[in-house]
Write a protein that binds this ligand. Structure first.
Ligand code: ADP
Length: 500
């Protein structure tokens, strides 16, 4: 009995440490807003990098024609062609996805880009035989490269660092366009990078190249930016995009005059998409427990607070926070005994399994018992302990979802769409009756955690509404926008292509 009480105590203490009261969430909203300002004010001014993307022209549904996308962002590499027609009709015509050979992830930039170029070459060759493609000499292509890149134009940028298991040292600090360009020239694919200076372009176009086709790489796209583009293609009130999957990130449309660190930016629309890299967000208001501190210490990049926000909210980590709490509870109760050594293995409990336990609605928590037995090698856990474990999952997911919600409202606050600026900014579509009318605001959202974990989604939606309040909440719509990193890049190639 005493042991039981102590175990319940461990859970109670954890739950208290994870508190996301509305007051706490409002502090996180404000901190996000403040950090966004700081990251826009100067380079390195905040943990939020607030990277410029040079994208100002989001697709609006009027695009037509065939566009391509290359998508390199994780374990797979994908090439696709998108055919756009009237009234937002979109057909995914040709879509090839293949795993990146793991050896290439830690090889040289030359090897990696040669693989990409050769895949593109095969794609083009196969397409040449396709009957539905009108004869085109020029192909417009968007390139999703979902790693932190410091861009200098819409189609050039320097790799800041690798993430997600990639580590190709010679590539850090290099221009990604240049690497791709060189690889394609070697393969005899004639491509043109839109932002390259003319003399360089001429140099690259020497007759050495057997000019099969001309491919214009138009844009670099981060996956969140692709999600925003896809959202905006379907709904022009889309102002921001959030991804919550293995990792997490967000981007939004900022006014160029608010981007203080880059004076004199001019775009046609007066706005530019900013890639926040919000996984790095940190604030003392984040409810951090000893389990989070330990997870950070044990992570491959042990650095106090590094990607602190991401470690509290993304799929890579949630399961492991749960494992750590169960481990701590197990110290109090013999039931886990010494058979529980699996509990010591980091990341053994993956987030999708944690979700299954959380959402187990069988009266005897059969799924929980199964996962404890099969994955953590703890058989015969009594029902009342299983119930506590479901509670642990709930606490971890609820905190994650509510913090993500506060982050989203932080973005809305920064751009005056949270209703707090008093004037309820903006005009209605037809230009009239602007005062007192809250403008419709859409946030595109995707990622396995939000899309496939319904408890997470419900907590997040609920918290956004709770923070905004009942007057503002109905004007803010979270809309799932799946497959933005592929399709969104092709759409951006379309909206940035010069009219032919
Ligand atoms: P990416 O790896 O590019 O972020 P996704 O957006 O599909 O890809 O997210 C995958 C992540 O989402 C997984 O790593 C996992 O953490 C989480 N996830 C996937 N399915 C589920 C699920 N059913 N329940 C909870 N989390 C899930």
């Amino acid at each position: 009995r005493r042991k039981w009480n102590r175990m319940v105590g461990v859970l109670g203490e954890f739950e208290e440490g994870c508190s996301t009261s509305i007051g706490r969430l409002r502090q996180v909203v404000d901190a996000m807003d403040v950090e966004m300002h700081a990251g826009l004010a100067s380079e390195g001014g905040s943990k939020l990098k607030m990277l410029l993307t040079f994208i100002d022209n989001l697709p609006n549904g009027n695009e037509k024609g065939n566009y391509y996308a290359l998508d390199l962002g994780g374990t797979n590499f994908r090439i696709l062609r998108l055919q756009l027609g009237d009234e937002r009709s979109m057909i995914l015509r040709h879509d090839v996805e293949q795993p990146i050979p793991p050896a290439l992830m830690t090889s040289t930039s030359e090897d990696l880009f040669d693989f990409i170029a050769s895949s593109l070459e095969q794609f083009v060759e196969r397409e040449a035989n396709s009957s539905d493609l009108p004869l085109v000499k020029r192909r417009e292509l968007g390139f999703t490269f979902s790693f932190p890149v410091k861009q200098t134009s819409v189609s050039s940028g320097i790799l800041i660092k690798w993430t997600k298991g990639f580590s190709i040292e010679d590539m850090v600090g290099k221009d990604v366009a240049e690497c791709l360009q060189q690889a394609m020239i070697k393969r005899g694919l004639d491509m043109r990078v839109a932002a390259l200076r003319k003399d360089e372009a001429l140099k690259f176009n020497l007759n050495l190249v057997k000019a099969i086709e001309e491919i214009t790489i138009h844009v670099y796209v981060n996956d969140t930016v692709g999600t925003l583009a896809l959202g905006h293609y379907h709904d022009e009130d889309t102002v921001a995009a959030v991804i919550i999957g293995t990792g997490t990130n967000a981007c939004y449309v900022e006014r160029t005059d608010a981007i203080i660190k880059c004076q004199g930016l001019l775009t046609n629309s007066g706005g530019m998409v900013v890639n926040m890299e919000w996984g790095n967000f940190w604030s003392s208001h984040l409810p951090r427990t000893s389990y989070d501190v330990d997870l950070d210490t044990d992570s491959p990049n042990p650095n106090d607070q590094a990607r602190g926000f991401e470690k509290m909210i993304s799929g890579m980590y949630l399961g492991d926070i749960v494992r750590r709490v169960i481990l701590s509870m197990s110290h109090e109760l013999d039931i886990f005994g010494d058979v529980a050594s699996s509990l010591l293995v980091p990341f053994i409990l993956r987030t999708p399994l944690m979700a299954v336990m959380h959402e187990d609605d069988s009266p005897d928590l059969r799924e929980v018992a199964r996962i404890l037995k099969d994955t953590l090698k703890i058989p015969d856990v009594p029902l009342k302990v299983r119930k506590l474990i479901v509670k642990v999952c709930d606490v971890v997911t609820r905190r994650a979802a509510r913090l993500a919600a506060a982050g989203i409202v932080g973005i809305l606050k920064k751009i005056g769409r949270d209703g707090s600026s008093g004037i309820m900014s903006g005009r209605t579509k037809n230009g009239g009756e602007s005062s007192g009318k809250m403008r419709r605001t859409v946030v595109a959202i995707e990622g396995g955690l939000y899309v496939r974990y319904s408890m997470f989604r419900e907590y997040l939606n609920e918290a956004v509404a709770e923070i905004l309040g009942e007057e503002i909440a109905p004007h803010v719509i979270l809309r799932v926008s799946e497959d933005g990193s592929g399709i969104g890049a092709a759409l951006l190639a379309a909206s940035h292509s010069s009219p032919s």
